[in-house]
Ligand binder design. Structure first.
Ligand code: SAM
Length: 244
């Protein structure tokens, strides 16, 4: 996958592309190109913004530097603008975008970017949530990280992606590690039993229970099988009690 990011502050993205994203880049699964919008300024000062027509607060990033920076990319592919006015990003969108070969992200700043650039060049507007950030760079790294997790071979254990929260419309549920008892709090006994069938049933019931407790909106959309309903009933009471 080729990923291009256009930003006034590309250095913000550099530091976030370590860890998982860094691994994808090292393995050549993804190639990342950061484009500094300031290099496409119309004036000698590197400015790419101007006052808004009609007055009002802040500055707006102009269409010309954006257009020139986009034209500098050989294959921009699907062009995404990060904006609080876009559709809210989710796992389904991450999986959908992970199948594309070329992606270009446009990061806004200040009051945003000239609407005519959006209309002429942007395929999709994405928001990472109903709040306002100072710039699109953090939003772009969130979206890119979530996309890369879904590309084959980025994460060694494919199951860890397939069983993650939101991959099947539900949350993953509780996880534990050593010690088996800490300050009187015990790990659920079934997880120590070595009985794989029972452990898997418990994990499924726990995932359903956690989804129902934490995200009733997601739970409502699930179409539970008869087996899942039985497991939820069977383990539900136990899960409500705190482990002592
Ligand atoms: N004045 C704009 C508005 O009210 O819609 C907000 C501009 S914001 C201060 C500057 C830039 O941050 C935006 O152009 C966008 O690129 C980015 N941004 C802010 N919030 C975002 C969000 N929730 N999701 C994605 N990008 C966001």
């Amino acid at each position: 996958m080729n990923i291009n990011v256009i930003s006034i502050f590309p250095e913000i993205l550099e530091s976030s592309f370590k860890g998982l994203t860094g691994k994808a880049l090292e393995k050549n699964i993804a190639e990342l190109k950061l484009i500094d919008l300031k290099e496409f300024s119309n004036n000698g000062y590197g400015a790419v913004d101007d006052a808004p027509y009609g007055g009002g607060e802040g500055m707006v990033i102009g269409i010309e530097p954006l257009e020139k920076s986009l034209e500098s990319i050989k294959k921009p592919g699907h062009v995404i603008c990060l904006t609080p006015q876009g559709s809210v990003f989710n796992q389904t969108k991450a999986i959908e975008l992970s199948k594309l070969k070329d992606l270009t992200f446009i990061c806004g700043r200040y009051e945003g970017i000239d609407q005519r650039f959006i209309e002429n060049y942007v395929d999709e507007e994405i928001s990472i949530g109903d709040y306002v950030l100072s710039g699109g760079e953090i939003a772009a790294s969130v979206v890119i990280d979530a996309i890369l997790r879904n590309i084959d071979d980025v994460i060694g254990n494919k199951d860890s992606v397939n069983k993650d929260s939101h991959s099947e419309g539900k949350l993953k549920g509780h996880v534990y590690t050593r010690p088996s008892e800490y300050k009187g709090k015990k790990v659920p006994e079934i997880l120590l039993s070595g009985d794989h069938k029972k452990v898997n049933e418990w994990k499924l019931a726990n995932s359903l229970w956690v989804t129902r407790e934490k995200r009733p909106d997601l739970f409502k959309q699930l179409q539970l099988s008869e087996k899942e309903m039985i497991l939820l009933r069977q383990y539900g009471d136990f899960l409500t009690k705190k482990h002592e």
